[in-house]
Design a protein around this ligand. Structure first.
Ligand code: SAM
Length: 306
C-alpha cells in the first residue's frame, strides 16, 4: 500500500541539537509502535527525510536506500549517526547509492546532507540485501535489523532446551521472530499465547513464522503500553538488554515487572539472560520463588513462580 500523503518523514529520534525536525514530520521507524512504514511511501514522493541511521550495516544501507527511493528529485535527506555506530561510513554508503553528500562532524556524530539527484539511483542491491526473506538455517522468515536475525541466539537456545511443555494461557514478551513462541505452541495444552515486540519488522515476521490460531501478536513497547495481560499461566522471555545500541539493564528489569503483573498467583515466568545481568534481585522482589533451571555458556535460565 502506498501512502502518498506524506511529505516530511523522520526515521528514529535524531538528537534535537543535531537535527531540526519539524513537528509535522511523520515517524517511519519500525521501532516506534504505530509509525508509518517507510517501505510504503510511494517512489519520489517525499520532500524531506531526517534519519538517525541504525547501527547495523545491512539495515542502514537498506533504510538509506528506502529514503532515497521515496524522496523526490531535489528532496533533502539529512542522515546522521554516532561516528562509532555507522556514522563514519555514512558518506561512503550514500556515495555508493549514487549521492554526493555534505558531511559535518558534531558531538561525536557524522551528519550527511544530500539533495536527491534526478534520475535512477543504484539502490537495488541495498534494497534487496536488507529486505525480508526466508532463511534455511533458521527455517524462518526474517529481516536484517531484527534481533539475531540470521542465527539462533545462545540464550534463546538454552531456554528452548530447558523449557517444559507449558499449559494454559501465556505471553512471549519481546517475541522477535517468534522462535520461543513456536516452541511454546508445540504443546497442545497451551490455549492462548500473546506475542509482543517493539520492532514492527519482528512483529511482521513473527506473524508469518507463528501462524497459529491460538496466538495474537502485538506491536507495542512494553515500557509504555498497558498490555491488558492478566491472570496468565506463564510468560516466556529473553529480555533485551540494549536500547538504541547502549546496554540498558533497566529494560530487562521492566520486562520482569511486567511479567509479574501479567501472571496469576502460582503462574511461572521462564526467563533466559546473560549470566552477568543483575536480574536476581528484581526477580526476588517480584516473585515468591526463583530457581535457576539451567546455566551454560554464559547464560542462565530462571523459573520464577508468582
Ligand atoms: C533478546 S531479543 C529476544 C527475541 C526472541 N524472543 C528470541 O528469543 O529470539 C529481545 C526482543 O525484545 C524486543 N524489545 C526490545 N525492547 C522492547 C520493548 N521496550 N518492548 C517490547 N519489545 C522490546 C526486541 O525487539 C527483541 O526482539
Amino acid at each position: 500500500m502506498s501512502d502518498t500523503s506524506l511529505s516530511d518523514a523522520v526515521y528514529g529520534l535524531p538528537p534535537a541539537e543535531l537535527a531540526d525536525v519539524p513537528p509535522g514530520a511523520v515517524q517511519v521507524s519500525p521501532l516506534v509502535p504505530g509509525s508509518a512504514r517507510l517501505e510504503d511511501c510511494a517512489d519520489l514522493s517525499l520532500a524531506r527525510v531526517w534519519m538517525l541511521a541504525p547501527p547495523g550495516t545491512v539495515e542502514r544501507r537498506f533504510v538509506l536506500a528506502q529514503a532515497l527511493r521515496a524522496l523526490r528529485p531535489g528532496g533533502d535527506l539529512l542522515a546522521l549517526a554516532p561516528k562509532d555506530r555507522g556514522g563514519a561510513r555514512l558518506a561512503r554508503e550514500l556515495s555508493d547509492l549514487g549521492c554526493g553528500s555534505a558531511e559535518e562532524a558534531r558531538r561525536h556524530h557524522r551528519i550527511c546532507r544530500v539533495v536527491r539527484p534526478e534520475g535512477a539511483l543504484p539502490l537495488d542491491a541495498a534494497l534487496s540485501e536488507g529486505a525480508p526473506r526466508h532463511i534455511d538455517n533458521l527455517a524462518l522468515c526474517t529481516q536484517p535489523g531484527i534481533f539475531s536475525w540470521d542465527r539462533l541466539d545462545p540464550g534463546s537456545a538454552l531456554l528452548l532446551a530447558t523449557l517444559p511443555a507449558l499449559k494454559g494461557a501465556g505471553a512471549d514478551l519481546g517475541c522477535g521472530l517468534g522462535i520461543l513462541a513456536r516452541a511454546v505452541l508445540a504443546s497442545p495444552a497451551v490455549t492462548a499465547l500473546t506475542l509482543v515486540d517493539v520492532d514492527r519488522r519482528a512483529v511482521e515476521m513473527a506473524r508469518r513464522n507463528v501462524g497459529d490460531p491460538r496466538s495474537s501478536i502485538r506491536w507495542a513497547d512494553i515500557r509504555a503500553a498497558d498490555l491488558g495481560l492478566t491472570r496468565l499461566d506463564f510468560v516466556v522471555t529473553n529480555p533485551p538488554f540494549h536500547d538504541g545500541g547502549a546496554e540498558d539493564q533497566k529494560l530487562g528489569q521492566v520486562f520482569i515487572r511486567r511479567a509479574a503483573e501479567a501472571l496469576r498467583p502460582g503462574g511461572s515466568l521462564w526467563l533466559t539472560a546473560n549470566a552477568h545481568l543483575p536480574y536476581e534481585r528484581v526477580l526476588g522482589e517480584a516473585f515468591k520463588a526463583v530457581t535457576v533451571k539451567a546455566s551454560a555458556h554464559g547464560y542462565k535460565v530462571f523459573e520464577a513462580r508468582k
